[in-house]
Design a protein around this ligand. Structure first.
Ligand code: BDR
Ligand code: CA
Length: 311
């Protein structure tokens, strides 16, 4: 039985690869793609998500526009990483498929109410605004979520948008706090693992050599995305963050982590959005998240190559 998932996303080159991986994987049944403002403003995000679905030859996929600003604070974006469109690095045509009329938050609520309880997994790849808003608006859905597997946060790697915070959590810490305190089974892909999932020239060349529209587009997207991270961190590749969420649902055995307490800093100007993870068990705060720390890099990129070539 495929796993029913909703992908909540702000594409973003790495979000795009995550969506493609999910659409290529028979283990997963994508019920819908919900868009949230993050890497770039929402009007770019909703276009990008549809471009990616069309690239995957899935114009039937339901794509929903969600929240265009965080729950309490103004939106912070990341054009410096992803380019003005959010998907710089390829030249995908304007999408023909329509956005759904329903708001993403209402789709999340309705789906969780209508599907059997405990059968829908949420996969947030951007700020947690849509999920936090849905939980606040319809608290009855919280217990119906099977699990949440999300990309966000950091402990050992600390921050990428501020010295203390990872982008997705920083943009909407109030929403993140609602999610982390919700009691839903939570698996977190922080920078600690994604900074080990580094692209390489060999992988990009392999995608170019496969030569399908999808693999060539992913090569272009990755190439663009790499420039910023290589300049920032040095080394040879860029962290391919968001597909770790999808890979975890397909092959969890390639990841290792610890079940720990993770809380979100929402008050301090200095460390707002920090994920304070009790990795060393120095408190008796209740454990609420499987916090992933490592990945078998070769297995991860092999899975991506193997699946992306199918589209
Ligand atoms: C996260 O922020 C975004 O820039 C990426 O798409 C990823 O979801 C990494 O911090
Ligand atoms: Ca993202």
């Amino acid at each position: 039985m495929p796993h029913n998932i909703i992908i909540d996303t702000d594409p973003g080159q790495d979000d795009a690869v995550a969506i493609l991986l999910a659409l290529a994987s028979p283990e997963l049944n994508v019920l819908g793609i919900t868009c949230v403002a993050g890497n770039v403003p929402l009007h770019h995000i909703t276009r990008n998500a549809r471009q990616v679905c069309e690239l995957a030859s899935r114009p039937d996929m339901k794509v929903f526009a969600g929240c265009d600003t965080p729950m309490e604070k103004p939106l912070v974006t990341a054009e410096h990483v992803h380019g003005d469109s959010g998907l710089d690095g390829t030249d995908l045509p304007d999408p023909k498929m329509k956005l759904q009329d329903q708001h993403a938050v209402d789709f999340i609520i309705e789906t969780l109410r209508s599907e059997p309880s405990g059968t829908v997994t949420l996969c947030p790849l951007g700020p947690l605004t849509n999920i936090g808003t849905a939980f606040k608006k319809a608290p009855d859905i919280v217990d119906r979520v099977k699990e949440i597997v999300l990309m966000g946060g950091a402990y050992f790697e600390v921050g990428n948008i501020t010295p203390a915070a990872e982008f997705n959590i920083y943009v909407d810490p109030e929403a993140a706090e609602l999610v982390f305190m919700s009691g839903v089974k939570l698996t977190v892909m922080p920078l600690d693992v994604t900074h080990k999932a580094l692209t390489s020239r060999t992988w990009i060349d392999e995608l170019i050599a496969i030569g399908t529209p999808v693999t060539k587009a992913v090569a272009g997207l990755t190439d663009f995305f790499e420039r910023f991270d290589v300049a920032k961190y040095g080394g040879t590749g860029a962290p391919l963050h968001d597909p770790t969420v999808i890979a975890f649902l397909i092959q969890p055995e390639m990841f290792e982590g610890r079940f720990v307490n993770v809380e979100i800093e929402t008050q301090s100007e200095l460390t707002r959005g920090m994920t304070v993870a009790d990795w060393w068990y120095v408190t008796d705060r209740p454990k609420n998240a499987m916090f992933i720390g490592s990945v078998d890099r070769d297995a991860y990129f092999n899975l991506l190559t193997q699946r992306l070539r199918l589209l």
